[in-house]
Write a protein that binds this ligand. Structure first.
Ligand code: PMP
Length: 391
């Protein structure tokens, strides 16, 4: 008689099966064989010297991708949210004033994270699809005097690419750090961390980088480090404490690294490979490719009679396109039809854009004219076959 009260699940006795799909939603994107193969290499210890070399390659790849010389540059073990919390939990102390720009879901999430650690949070709010002028931002900085201002460069819930020029230097005039979310934009649209005066910048591995989800590049300016390392209280999270992470990533100048957590070594292999792919293509070529493909896509949508959700052309995110949900249709029926019939993922809205838009992400290796043609054909087919009400 077995002592176990829970028996082995029957399903686990069948082999793992995973479908091949066109991943054209807002993420994750498809992972090309080269990056998948990198992640299938043998596991070695997370403190072996070879891993430290791989981590150092990752660090320089991130510095290139972010266009920064910051020494405090690393990848957090976790998804984009982990990097968001790493930024906020380290840079903000209880009672600090924080300002977030809300023009979709991400500014709201950042606000909630800061509130959870006892910050005084204020928001500036723009309607979904909109963005902020420099003078609106300046007005809020002068009213609330925050220590940190959060801005999403690529607002993936609404499809907005926020202008970045001047904002970093403006924040510095108000003695405020600029935190920028580039999860949906990095590699697909220009970001110059140092030149633009961004103090903390983070992204995720699963969008333009085409690596599996689970690692999140992040970088801190000297100004951000000064605030963080002069804190009076310890950050609320041990796992995300920058002094520990800095040591693990060899950014603190100390001769030895102390065990903090077991780094996801195979995820580091994939991340390194994805950064190699980006370095080989060249950032400027990648930006240009994403922009050209996005314009080709947007023209094709307009020719079909569909409308783009973001009115201002220059504020359209080249990686994630938001299409006004076609009148008379149920958006869910469209996405379900396309998945079933074309084996292709596109998605509906998120947060404030639910019901208002369809979202299509063409990121990294997925950003090509051939894929645009495939999405346009799938949309045409869906609009012919899905139920359309008379109103
Ligand atoms: N910020 C933006 C702009 C995003 O698009 C996402 C992912 N959709 C995140 C943050 C969060 O990333 P993750 O899902 O990897 O935690």
């Amino acid at each position: 008689m077995s002592s176990l009260s829970v028996t082995p699940p029957e399903r686990l006795k069948t082999p793992l099966t995973v479908p091949q799909r066109h991943m054209f939603g807002p993420g994750p994107s498809n992972v090309p064989p080269r990056i998948l193969e990198a992640g299938a290499k043998p596991v070695i210890g997370h403190m072996h010297p070879e891993i430290f070399e791989i981590m150092s390659d990752i660090k320089s790849g991130i510095q290139y991708m972010f266009q920064t010389q910051n020494n405090m540059t690393l990848a957090v073990s976790g998804t984009g949210h982990t990097a968001m919390e790493c930024a906020i939990f380290n840079a903000v102390e209880p009672g600090d004033s924080v300002l977030t720009a809300v023009n979709g879901i991400w500014g709201e999430r950042a606000a909630e994270m800061a509130e959870r650690i006892g910050a005084k949070v204020n928001r500036i709010v723009a309607p979904p699809g909109g963005f902020f002028t420099t003078s609106e931002i300046e007005q809020a900085l002068s009213t609330y005097r925050p220590v940190l201002f959060f801005l999403a460069h690529g607002e993936s819930s609404t499809g907005v690419l926020h202008p970045l020029d001047d904002i970093g230097h403006l924040c510095h005039r108000y003695n405020c750090l600029l935190l920028v979310d580039s999860v949906a934009s990095i590699g697909g649209a220009p970001v110059y961390m140092d030149k633009q005066g961004i103090d903390i910048l983070y992204t995720g591995s699963q969008k333009v980088l085409n690596a599996p989800p689970g690692t999140a590049p992040i970088s801190f300016s000297e100004r951000a480090c000064q605030k963080i390392f002069k804190r009076k209280s310890k950050p609320v999270s041990f796992f995300l404490d920058l002094s520990w992470l800095a040591n693990y990533w060899g950014c603190d100048g100390k001769p030895t690294r102390i065990y903090h957590h077991t780094g996801p070594v195979t995820a580091f292999y994939s991340l390194r490979e994805s950064l190699s792919v980006l370095a080989e293509e060249g950032l400027e070529n990648s930006w240009e490719r994403h922009q050209n493909v996005a314009e080709y896509f947007h023209n094709g949508l307009e020719k079909m009679g569909l409308k783009l959700f973001v009115k201002e052309k220059s504020a359209r995110l080249p990686t994630v396109t938001t299409i006004v949900a076609p009148r008379g249709y149920n958006w869910k029926e469209i996405t379900t039809y396309i998945m079933k019939t074309h084996n292709l993922e596109i998605s509906g809205g998120l947060g404030p854009s639910v019901g208002l838009v369809l979202r299509v992400g063409l990121m990294g290796c997925n950003s090509s004219r051939a894929n645009v043609d495939m999405v346009l054909a799938a949309l045409k087919d869906a609009l012919r076959h899905c139920h359309k009400s008379k109103v």
